[in-house]
Ligand binder design. Structure first.
Ligand code: CP
Ligand code: NVA
Length: 303
């Protein structure tokens, strides 16, 4: 197993399946009132350079829920802003804590921290990937549908960090994936090519949202402008209009299709209020599952 969790492509199917299976057990046991203490006496550092509600709180709740402790900071709080090199930061933090959970802009930042850190580095979102989120999404799909067999899984909208991690999940788990993205907003070309080479099943990028959603069993949506793209918000609202998941588009999917949204949602943009609050939406179970998968990740990576 890899020492760090930077991208889903670095893992085998059996390894990611083991994390999801463990998260399902932890969730069940927590509901039964079991008090876990597997990380008692351990501490993690959280270094977040972008806003977060779910990922921050679910990682912290996960760590405390396993008996451990958390130290949270942003780059503004530490000497990085005054020019301290990442490689020094990584080696220093590794002397104090047992893992470093990072949310930042460039994937190169988590890669450099991992290169120098003596403890695991966990990617809690970069511009390129959101691997922990997609693991909780995979957990949610398995919980709701039992297995990936025979499922049509669709990504609708921007070819962003979430789309890239879904593409890697498709390659690792071996399920087919259909994406519908506007021209100019396709997923990362290298991520797509590498995943297609690895996967036995098709990973298809279409432009037409109606065609993509037809007979779908799982539909994923995300914001049209990700963190760091605020300046493009107005332009993207126009480009992505046809990709809004509304009742009309959802009606083309299977009747029992589930709708995933990693949240935060912009109602009236990528998804309507009716769909997000409707019977097919599993967005809030998905949000809960972040905490359970983060427990499984922390338990696995912290030694
Ligand atoms: N889904 C997700 O990562 O949410 P936050 O940005 O609130 O952490
Ligand atoms: N694509 C979004 C995901 C937020 C959880 C972003 O990067 O802002």
């Amino acid at each position: 197993m890899q020492k760090h969790l930077l991208a889903l492509k670095d893992f085998e199917r059996s390894q990611l399946t083991a994390l999801v299976d463990r998260a399902l057990v932890l969730k069940k046991e927590a509901a039964q009132g079991v008090r876990h203490q597997s990380l008692a006496g351990r501490t993690i550092s959280m270094l977040f350079d972008k806003p977060s509600t779910r990922t921050r709180v679910s990682f912290e709740a996960a760590m405390y829920g396993l008996g451990g402790q958390v130290i949270h900071m942003s780059s503004k709080d530490c000497q990085l802003t005054r020019g301290e090199p990442l490689k020094d930061m990584a080696r220093v933090l590794a002397r104090y804590v047992q893992a470093i959970v990072v949310r930042t802009f460039g994937q190169h930042v988590v890669e450099e921290l991992a290169r120098y850190s003596g403890v695991p580095v966990i990617n809690a979102l970069t511009d390129l990937y959101h691997p922990c989120q997609v693991l909780s999404d995979v957990m949610t799909v398995l919980e709701k549908k039992g297995s990936f067999d025979q499922l049509k899984i669709v990504w609708l909208g921007d070819g962003n960090n979430m789309a890239n991690s879904w593409i890697e999940a498709a390659a690792v788990f071996g399920f087919p994936l259909t994406l519908a993205c506007p021209e100019g907003y396709a997923p990362d070309r290298r991520v797509l090519e590498a995943a297609r080479q690895r996967s036995q099943r098709p990973i298809t990028v279409l432009a037409d949202p109606a065609e993509a959603v037809r007979d779908a069993d799982v539909i994923n949506v995300d914001v049209w402008a990700s963190m760091g793209q605020e300046d493009e918000q107005e332009k993207r609202k126009q480009v992505f209009q046809a990709y809004q998941l509304n009742s009309e588009l959802l009606a083309r999917a299977n009747r029992e299709a589930v709708v995933l949204h990693c949240l935060p949602a912009h109602r009236g943009e990528e998804i309507t209020e009716e769909v997000l609050e409707g019977r097919q939406s599993v967005a809030f179970d998905q949000a809960e599952n972040k905490m359970h998968i983060h427990k499984a990740i922390l338990e696995h990576f912290i030694r």
